[in-house]
Design a protein around this ligand. Structure first.
Ligand SMILES: [Zn+2]
Length: 84
C-alpha cells in the first residue's frame, strides 16, 4: 500500500500517485497532499495533464481501463518526463 510520511510530496511520490489519483483510489488526505504538490509544481501538473489526455484519446474512462498500448505510452511519457 501507499505509505506517505512527512508533510510534502516529492515529485517521484507525486508521479507514483497519479494513476491512483485518476482512479479515485487516494484517501482524502493523500488527494489533498497530491493536489497541493501539483499546485506548486508545474512539471507534475503537466505530467498529470499528459496522462489525462492520453486516457481521453484512448477512449478509456479510467486509468485502469487503458489498453496495454496506452499504458506503454504512459510509461514512455513518464521516462521522458523523468529525464527532462
Ligand atoms: Zn513535482
Amino acid at each position: 500500500m501507499l505509505s506517505l510520511r512527512g508533510k510534502d510530496l516529492v515529485c517521484q511520490q507525486a508521479v507514483e500517485l497519479v494513476t491512483a489519483y485518476l482512479e479515485g483510489a487516494l484517501s482524502g488526505k493523500d488527494r489533498r497532499r497530491f493536489e497541493r504538490h501539483l499546485s506548486a509544481c508545474a512539471n507534475c501538473a503537466e505530467y498529470l495533464e499528459q496522462i489525462r489526455s492520453t486516457i481521453r484519446l484512448s477512449g478509456a474512462v479510467q486509468a485502469d481501463e487503458l489498453t496495454p498500448e496506452a499504458r506503454e505510452e504512459l510509461v514512455r511519457l513518464y521516462r521522458r518526463w523523468r529525464s527532462g
